[in-house]
Design a protein around this ligand. Structure first.
Ligand SMILES: *Cc1c(COP(=O)(O)O)cnc(C)c1O
Length: 388
């Protein structure tokens, strides 16, 4: 491959662009993870992550991908054979379901068309039918990264409460945490799952669980065999600032810097910035005459946008052309959406001019690929952004 000059545009919805400040923060000598300096780092990070999750409860951090944090949430709160309600909102929800099945859980997987979020009324219906309380947890994806659809977690909780069902609420916030408003305590979530490489602007390698007191209590009666994911050892050692096994020290330096950056900007402003980029992107897509995959405007994702290709045109050919010509990576269609959609990541360390560049690359790419579309999407987005 020949050299492509200029900066690469990494516009996939994770891993996201890692800011220089974070890269520099990680480029430090690795210290003794059983020493006093490290304990201070742990306490600082734990306090910061509680503010990110909006919880006064417990947070644990694994050296893992998001998939590891998914597994941790399930094996600490459930037992083999337990029934769990899950929703087919897209590729990630399906992968999580597959994991749960492999673990020996019994999954009621509510089918979906990959264009909509969790239907809260179905949660209500399923739980009110479950008089014997056999359903032990409802596990949902907040922001479905494969489709650009955000589910209404708060409404799901309200309906669980309305039917007075004791099921735990477990939520994947991997591509929404620190980009889209999320409130672990206020929304009554029992376990929130997340990881480092999306809204937190870090490289991959850290997985998180935020845990309610109810989930901690239930853990005492859950009996999955296992050890690496066990919350107990983590929580006990974390109290003193340490970990039961070697943590990802340099990623934690990066996380501390990420937290500084997010709090300097202010979380509410971070959310507003993502909203603006989501809205500008959607206006561009509509002006191009292309269709958004997300079918419900109440569920538009502000961290990424999935765009349907016109019939007969392959999204991956367009992505390949844009990569070669403009040095920009866009997200591919996952699972059954392969070739049918492309995804624009607009989360993390990102600003107006990066969005303008991203949308310009797409508009030029559509023309070069001879995809039928109307020009003017970029102008539409810029008009919107310059009026905010
Ligand atoms: C990226 C992502 C995952 C998977 O995370 P890994 O770090 O690849 O294991 C799971 N769920 C959602 C919603 C994601 O966006």
């Amino acid at each position: 491959m020949s050299h492509l000059s200029g900066r690469h545009f990494l516009q996939i919805p994770g891993p996201t662009n890692v800011p220089d400040r974070i890269l520099r923060a990680m480029a430090q000598p690795t210290i003794d993870h059983r020493g006093p300096k490290f304990a201070k780092l742990t306490h600082e990070i734990m306090d910061g992550m509680k503010k990110i999750f909006k919880t006064s409860g417990t947070v644990v951090i694994y050296p893992s991908s998001g998939t590891g944090a998914w597994e941790a949430a399930l094996v600490n709160t459930l037992s083999p054979g337990d029934k769990v309600l899950m929703f087919e909102t897209g590729h990630f929800a399906t992968l999580w379901r597959n994991m749960a099945v492999k673990l020996g859980l019994e999954i009621d997987f509510v089918p979906g068309d990959w264009r909509r979020g969790v239907d809260p009324s179905v949660v209500e219906e399923k739980l009110s039918e479950d008089q014997k309380h056999l359903i032990k947890a409802v596990a949902i994806v907040h922001n479905e990264t494969s489709t650009g659809v955000t589910s209404r977690v708060c409404e799901v909780r309200q309906l669980i409460d309305r039917v007075r069902h004791p099921a735990l609420l477990i939520v994947d916030t991997i591509s929404s945490l620190a980009s889209i408003d999320y409130r672990h305590d206020e929304w009554g979530v029992d376990v929130t799952v997340s990881c480092s490489q999306k809204g937190l602007m870090l490289p991959p390698g850290l997985g998180f669980n935020a845990i309610s007191d109810k989930a901690l209590k239930i853990k005492k009666t859950a009996h999955f065999p296992g050890s690496y994911w066990d919350w107990e050892g983590m929580i006990n050692d974390n109290k003193l600032g340490f970990f039961p096994y070697t943590p990802a020290t340099n990623l934690l330096y990066g996380l501390r810097e990420s937290l500084y950056m997010l709090f300097e900007e202010g979380l509410e402003r971070v959310f507003a910035r993502h909203y603006r980029f989501g809205e500008a992107t959607r206006r561009a897509v509509m002006a191009w005459g292309l269709e958004l995959l997300c079918a419900n405007p109440k569920e538009y994702s502000h961290s990424l946008t999935a765009v349907l290709m016109p019939e007969g045109y392959n999204a991956d050919e367009l992505r390949e052309l844009i990569l070669k010509r403009f040095n920009m990576s866009l997200g591919t269609g996952l699972g059954k959406l392969k070739g049918k959609i492309f995804r624009i990541g607009h989360l993390g360390d990102f600003n107006e001019l990066m969005l303008a560049g991203t949308l310009s690359g797409i508009e030029m790419g559509l023309a070069l690929a001879r995809v039928p579309f109307s020009k003017g999407g970029v102008t539409e987005a810029l008009d919107y952004l310059s009026n905010q």
